[in-house]
Design a protein around this ligand. Sequence first.
Ligand code: ATP
Length: 602
Amino acid sequence: MANFSTELIKLADTIIDEKEKSILLAIIDLLQSDLLSGHSCSNLAVVSNKLNQSSDQIRKLLLDSGLAAPMNLDNKTGGSPVIPAKPIVIFHNLVYLNRYFYYEYRVATKISQLGKVYPDSDKALSILEQLGAIRNTHKLPNQAQFAAIQNCISRQLSIITGGPGTGKTTTVTLLLWALSNLYYNDKLNVKICAPTGKAANRVKESIMNSLEFFKRHELPLECDLFTMLFANSSSFTTIHKLLGYRQNSIYFRHNETNSLDVDILIVDESSMIGLSLFSKLLSAIDPLKTRHIIFLGDRNQLSSVEEGYVFASLVKSESLCHYESPKAKAQLLQPELFQIDDIASGKNQQLVSELLVSNRSNGEISKLSLAILCGNLDLVYDLLAEGSQTSLRPLNMSELMSELFKTGDCWDRYGNFLQENAATKIDISEVFLAFNQQVVLSATNNGFFGVNNLNLLIEKRIKHKLSINEEWYTGRPIMILSNDYALGLFNGDIGICQICDSQKIVVFPDGRSFIPEILPRYQLAYAITIHKSQGSEYNNVNIVLPDIKQLEEIYSRELIYTAVTRAKHRVTIFSSKTNLDRSILNQLERNTGLQLMLQSQI
Ligand SMILES: Nc1ncnc2c1ncn2[C@@H]1O[C@H](COP(=O)(O)OP(=O)(O)OP(=O)(O)O)[C@@H](O)[C@H]1O
């Protein structure tokens, strides 16, 4: 992005008229700042408003400067429209840097190319009948899950969205069983990927748990596919690994000219995928080779850290549940009063299947997250006041530390665990298990209540408990902050230190270990940002919303929903009422032209 704007500024500098030049430079500045905030483009009306010019004046100035060209998707003179070779593209009322227009356009094109709807075959019908029989006897899958499976079987590309515990993984596991039976004679090449290593490991674990669940409930769903999946080390992977990352390159080994050799592709945590990666992933899919591609995710979570709004746009392009409608609100908050069939959103052949009912026993946390989604402040505060699993505390460091180090709980328990095992050669998987029980999530890295300071304070207490002064000790958790393709370590990966024969190593959940000196940039991981917590879950989550003026903009419904839904058993929010209100009432929307493009029948 930096190169783009440097080039653009150079071009704008050649404009002779000083007034025009200054407006152009201001537009470039706004474009860049929108990209940094996650938008893929700028809204012409907003730009003109900020610069005190009319939209027509801004459009004319951009076009006359020679820096921009209009793009009209309806204007197809033989084949697909050609994207103008200008640094700026104006599409409807949106202003793009050329590259980002190209990414969105490529996503939209690919989505329409992957829109194959398969006719109902006898075999498919018979498999659905078998699944229907299982449903009758075992009450699983439920109606919405069944409809989602039906949708996915009948379409080349489909989306399953739903909050935590709504049964996305269960549905996908059943779907894999159905597909392996459908294509019985073929040796299916199935890949299951996610944007981060942590999320890829989690989906693997969740599918294993689903299979265990089926076994316990005696569902007759044995098939070789699962044995094959778990035997092949590359079945569960990150999107970067799947596409074949290359060191020091933004290009992958797999692309439109060297497509992925995969029959069925499942992509988990899709809301975390930024625009450029989404575009590159779809480009590497050959519609003639890949039979099914299924995107899974929670459309209400925070969007990717990078620019783009792809998953939410795709879901919105065919959205069925509007949280603002009174009926939807009533259904969401008291699903037990409604028949599951009322809520089931899937119908045969829909692109998007939405699962709404949580199967988790933690009723309070799912109610709280739904009240947040509905923007119902009264209900949120009632739930926080009355709940045994949910609570609101004032933002106060001594209250926070007493909660985190309550005797025998949270980080105190982790400290006890490390202390009890200090003399033995501890099994690192047990350390991970103890560590992953709890987390502190802050909205920011900096400041008194930021991740950096919280980590220092927590570590000080842990070290005090262990009576040590050393920097590295068994149990010290760190989070990697940048990608290192050579080591195969990625932003967000968490490792834990183990001292073996006086040597310190950092072990990662896949068992690989490194000496700390060769690790890419990292930070302590007792506390992490809410953004970094996406794709993870913990029993006990403590959320901190610091009072920092600059943070007001980032406080949003998506942020607080993402933080709350990381919790499985307990969530405590440390915040002022102002910040919590602000978070719940502020719904983020990113600028994007993707929905317009999808409607344009590319
Ligand atoms: N139809 C159902 N009836 C009863 N239990 C179910 C049903 N579907 C899923 N479950 C159970 O609910 C729990 C959550 O399901 P699952 O892991 O599939 O949800 P998920 O949406 O993938 O969750 P997450 O987003 O946290 O990964 C599991 O214990 C699963 O066995």
